[in-house]
Design a protein around this ligand. Structure first.
Ligand SMILES: Nc1ncnc2c1ncn2[C@@H]1O[C@H](COP(=O)(O)OP(=O)(O)OP(=O)(O)O)[C@@H](O)[C@H]1O
Ligand SMILES: [Mg+2]
Length: 607
């Protein structure tokens, strides 16, 4: 019993946390709760009016059961015959009015809750998306994009179902209370007998709700996997086609989809079963009650009139419908716990997924960027091992080294995509972590190895993230420097041409030039180029380098490149091997030395 209360309290606490996180103020439920309460009273009134209505009809038939209990009946008995029909229609009108108003109130209260639900969905979607924007790169590296999209879309909808079903639960809860109270007024003894079935219904419902909760965990997991797989397959369609693996992929998708179907079917089996088991238990109870009533009537000791008996059964029927509806709501709410838990886990633990922000605004680079004994590991394996380098202010530093030696990892530490696991990075003499991330990143332009392009127009991709308006002249100028101008002018929609998913409609070299144009337009203090020209032909690469050299003059530039042509102009070279700096110095010095640089670059005829 204690465990059950504890579990119930946990569920209530979880709903409370979810309401808070979704930004819905509890006071917003006041309107719908009041409407629900009034609707329940109107339900009681409308059914209760059946008693006088029947009595009026039965007085006409001169039934021996006329002398009845209620004062209203006594009043009806005193009325003259000709006024009876007015009373009859008045009561009928009240009954109809009560039903009509009740339904209007229920509709309006449903509408209020639907509005709250949609607002909560919208607020949660935005919060989750903002949460993703604050995620550190390592959190993304570990996540599956399909899982992340699933959380922000279908799981939000499932979780917000708690508002609708919670509201319905309250409505039917009020109704069954009103039914119960009126049933007690009509006959507390019969009400007591009716209660025989309550424990059975409760036990059946509890069992079903637990099973639903358990099955939904499987369902959401299966759905997440399905979405993640779909995302993966759609992103790698060219690979699937070139390896003609369509049949295997189709089988895999079908088997995952089958798992989702099975778990959903298992949930629905329980949801659909719940009302029927309740109805069977209720039918049994009604049979018992009818037997009791018939027995009382046959013995001639009936304390109630026929109309009251009939109304009692109508109330009992409505009561059982309300109990069934409450049960269905509980079952539906059980489905929401799993997605609610996932959303809460994500939104309440933002710090665990994001990089801690610093307080000092970064106003610009005033001195060198210093790495002191910096180490880094993604997981267990050390990728950078006690790296000490200085990227001089307003100079160009080139990083070179074999593939997988940690070059990209090293430069990703500067805009704090990752934080070092050991050592410090200093900017203007202060540790990097002390700076406000936004202001820091605004002063750094990174052209990454895998070019990132949005599925928008060329213009939007180039001016991306700029807060000030960019004139057409400035845009043309930077595009010309990136050797992209002629290409853009040859397109039918020029700057407004859509580039497709991940820039699929552009060639590798065009994408790289677009990314360079974007960085040049940003005009930051620090430029970081990670093999930014690797897809270009030699001639274009040399031309772009000349432009980039010109536009980045007086800026701090860090460049990762394999080609000799790119690094020749660098003021300093840093050779990175297996996460360690093995050599650094000027090009002319390193070329003369019989060291790692010479060995590494001997393949490119440096002589
Ligand atoms: N997100 C990640 N999670 C785990 N390991 C990673 C991650 N990114 C890179 N690595 C590993 O870290 C090592 C260094 O990778 P990095 O990308 O820094 O190399 P690189 O020198 O830039 O290589 P390349 O010249 O091929 O671009 C590699 O062994 C790689 O497998
Ligand atoms: Mg790299």
């Amino acid at each position: 019993m204690g465990r059950r209360i504890e579990s119930l309290m946990n569920n209530v606490r979880q709903i409370h946390r979810f309401v808070r996180v979704s930004g819905v103020r509890p006071v917003r439920f006041a309107g719908s709760t009041i409407l629900n309460f009034v609707s329940s009273l109107l339900e009681g009134i409308s059914i209760g009016l059946i008693i006088p209505l029947l009595d009026i009809i039965m007085r006409r038939g001169e039934t021996p059961l006329l002398a009845q209990i209620s004062p209203l009946n006594a009043m009806i008995g005193l009325l003259p015959e000709r006024r009876l029909k007015y009373v009859f229609f008045t009561v009928l009108g009240c009954l109809f009015g009560a039903i009509a108003i009740k339904h209007f109130f229920i509709y309006y209260s449903d509408l209020l809750v639907s509005k709250i639900s949609r607002a909560a969905e919208q607020s949660l979607r935005v919060k989750i998306f903002n949460g993703y924007l604050g995620y550190s790169k390592i959190a993304f590296d570990r996540a599956r994009i399909g899982h992340l999209t699933d959380l922000a879309t279908s799981q939000v909808i499932y979780a917000c179902d708690v508002f609708r079903y919670g509201h319905n639960f309250l409505l039917y809860g009020f109704m069954l209370t009103v039914h119960l109270m009126i049933m007690c007024v009509i006959s507390w003894k019969l009400t007591l007998v009716s209660f025989l079935f309550i424990p059975f219904i409760y036990l059946a419902l509890r069992m079903i709700a637990q099973k639903i909760k358990f099955s939904t965990q499987f369902k959401f997991k299966a759905d997440q996997e399905l979405n993640a797989y779909l995302h993966d397959s759609l992103s790698n369609m060219a690979l699937i086609h070139s390896y003609t693996n369509e049949a295997a992929e189709s089988r895999r998708y079908e088997s995952m989809s089958e798992k989702s179907r099975q778990s959903l079917h298992s949930i629905w089996k329980k949801i659909l079963f719940a009302p029927h088991i309740q109805e069977v238990i209720l039918a049994f109870t009604i049979s018992v009650l009818i037997s009791v009533c018939v027995f009382i009537f046959l013995r001639g000791s009936a304390a109630l009139g026929f109309s009251s008996f009939l109304t009692f059964f109508v109330f009992l029927r409505r009561f059982s419908t309300s109990v069934t509806a409450c049960g269905t709501c509980v079952a539906e709410i059980s489905k929401s716990f799993e997605p609610m838990g996932r959303i809460l886990q994500m939104l309440e633990n933002q710090e665990a997924y994001s990089i801690k922000n610093g307080a000092t605004p970064f106003s610009g680079l005033e001195s060198d960027i210093e790495f002191r004994n910096v180490s880094f590991a993604y997981e267990e394996t050390r990728i950078l091992d006690s790296v000490s380098v200085t990227f001089e202010k307003n100079k160009m530093t080139a990083i070179l080294g074999p593939t997988g030696s940690g070059k990209t990892t090293l430069i990703h530490l500067i805009p704090r995509f990752y934080d070092p696991t050991g050592g410090t990075i200093r900017l203007n003499g202060r540790p990097l972590q002390e700076y406000d991330l936004r202001s820091l990143r605004r002063k750094i332009a990174l052209v990454s190895q895998d070019t990132q392009i949005f599925n928008t127009s060329i213009r939007e991709n180039i001016v991306y993230g700029l807060e000030t308006h960019v004139s057409q002249e400035a845009l043309d100028n930077v595009v010309k420097k990136s050797y992209l101008y002629d290409f853009i002018m040859s397109l039918p929609a020029r700057y407004e041409t859509l580039v497709g998913e991940s820039g699929v409609r552009l060639s590798g070299g065009e994408k790289q030039r677009l990314a360079i144009a974007r960085a040049l337009l940003k005009n930051p203090d620090v430029f970081v180029f990670d093999e930014a020209t690797s897809s270009l032909d030699m001639e274009t690469e040399l031309s772009i380098q000349r432009s980039v050299d010109e536009l980045t003059k007086g800026k701090t530039v860090i460049v990762i490149a394999h080609r000799l042509s790119t690094i020749r102009n660098a003021d300093t070279l840093v050779v990175l091997e297996k996460g360690k700096v093995t050599e650094q110095g000027k090009f002319s010095d390193l070329v003369r030395k019989e060291g790692r640089f010479r060995h590494y670059w001997s393949f490119q005829n440096i002589d």
